[in-house]
Design a protein around this ligand. Structure first.
Ligand code: HEC
Length: 192
């Protein structure tokens, strides 16, 4: 059961990239139907201190840190979502299960940044792991005529620092052991 839910989360993540969930239109009705009974200012029930109809209060549960219920852009790290999909004793709503389409919408909404505004700029999941710009891969030949492919990083004294594409490791190699053409290439790369 738990396994199915984990699959559901990652599947939903992919779906999230295509869709767009609007809080007022898509999410609030789900919470109203399934959660407000026990978590709302209106009914006066604030189980575990949580209310989801007063957005000013609800907003305090949304932040990118370890204690927030909802981490914008990170559905898989959002406790709010986890307790709806898990089988634990803190499962919400108690003794019920949200439909997979409701779970999918909530996952999308969190993945897109968990905003209350409609038409707010959407976050993309990929944005949370910015790619480092890597140096272009070039061919380097040493004195023995062996060629490797690596990116130029910098010159360091009499060595050239190269980045290996396979594992992104930086290695330092004596310039003097490179072919003349490769030595020139390294100096050209280092030139401002
Ligand atoms: C029938 C009442 C009821 C409904 C409906 C309900 N809850 Fe709860 N909720 C509770 C109770 C009771 C607790 C406190 C449980 C505890 O502390 O073990 C709680 C606790 C929580 C917590 C804190 C638990 C934790 O692990 O930190 C969250 C978050 C929460 N509910 C979210 C929701 C959401 C989201 C919904 C709707 C999908 C929902 N609840 C529906 C009764 C309800």
């Amino acid at each position: 059961m738990l396994k199915n839910h984990i699959i559901l989360i990652s599947w939903s993540l992919t779906a999230a990239l295509a869709g767009a969930a609007d809080f007022k239109k898509d999410i609030q009705p789900i919470l109203e139907k399934n959660c407000y009974e026990c978590h709302s200012v209106k009914t006066g029930k604030k189980k575990a201190g949580f209310v989801f109809d007063d957005l000013e209060t609800f907003k305090l549960d949304i932040a990118d840190n370890d204690v927030a219920q909802i981490r914008p852009g990170k559905p898989a790290e959002s406790h709010f979502l986890e307790i709806m999909v898990n089988d634990g004793k803190n499962h919400m709503p108690p003794n019920q299960q949200l439909s997979s389409s409701d779970i999918k919408k909530i996952t999308e909404w969190i993945a897109e940044g968990a905003s209350f505004e409609s038409g707010a700029p959407k976050m993309t999941v990929a944005a949370s792991t910015p790619k480092k710009s890597l140096p272009p891969i070039m061919s380097w030949t040493n004195m023995e005529g062996k060629t490797i492919k690596a990116g130029f990083v910098r010159l360091e004294g009499e060595n050239v620092v190269l980045r290996m594409p396979a594992n992104a490791q930086e290695v330092s190699y004596p310039l003097a052991k490179l072919s003349e053409a490769s030595q020139k290439l390294a100096r050209d790369c280092a030139a401002p």
